[in-house]
Design a protein around this ligand. Structure first.
Ligand code: PNS
Length: 157
């Protein structure tokens, strides 16, 4: 069974990586799908984000990293995947995630969203928090994969 793990991943965090590492034990293949959203102004380009994710998941043979534009369910259909994988951190995530899962099901009733509870040590962690800490010169080495920490440091130095 193939699962799509969609997201912005700007940048990928250790919380995302934890979801991927646990997802690959549940599914035959996990496709990490980076959303290319032309209306957003990301810190890292789509190519950089793909490269960052590829590098930090290189130890996982059943992970593919790709990008998509438009609706997640259309991309899932294209990849013949019936599962969307998402991490759930805290209660405040739940409302948005449930809304997305229900919306996606109205768009394609063949899709199921599977939530993994994010590891408790990363329950506070988001890409935005990482960027904010880095912007003000704080250490982020405990929050993101090493290659991403290097990229962020060179961005802000
Ligand atoms: O990492 P994020 O930003 O929380 O990921 C959100 C994402 C990419 C999963 C969501 O915005 C998405 O699926 N966007 C694609 C557009 C879409 O399919 N919208 C309908 C479902 S709400």
């Amino acid at each position: 069974m193939v699962a799509i793990y969609p997201g912005s991943f700007d940048p990928i965090t250790l919380g995302h990586l934890d979801v991927i590492e646990r997802g690959v034990k549940l599914f035959d293949q996990v496709i990490v799908a980076v959303l290319c959203n032309p209306s957003k102004d990301p810190l890292f380009s789509q190519e950089q984000r793909i490269e960052q994710i590829r590098y930090c998941t290189r130890h996982l043979s059943n992970v593919e990293v790709d990008s998509f534009t438009g609706l997640t369910v259309e991309y899932a259909k294209l990849r013949q995947a019936r599962v969307l994988l998402r991490g759930l951190r805290v209660l405040s995530d739940f409302e948005k995630e449930l809304q997305m899962a229900h919306t996606n099901q109205t768009l394609w009733d063949g899709v199921e969203t599977v939530f993994l509870a994010t590891a408790k040590e990363y329950s506070f962690l988001s890409s935005s928090i990482v960027k904010e800490i880095a912007k003000f010169g704080g250490s982020i080495s405990h929050l993101v994969p090493e290659n991403v920490a290097k990229d962020i440091c060179s961005y802000y130095s």
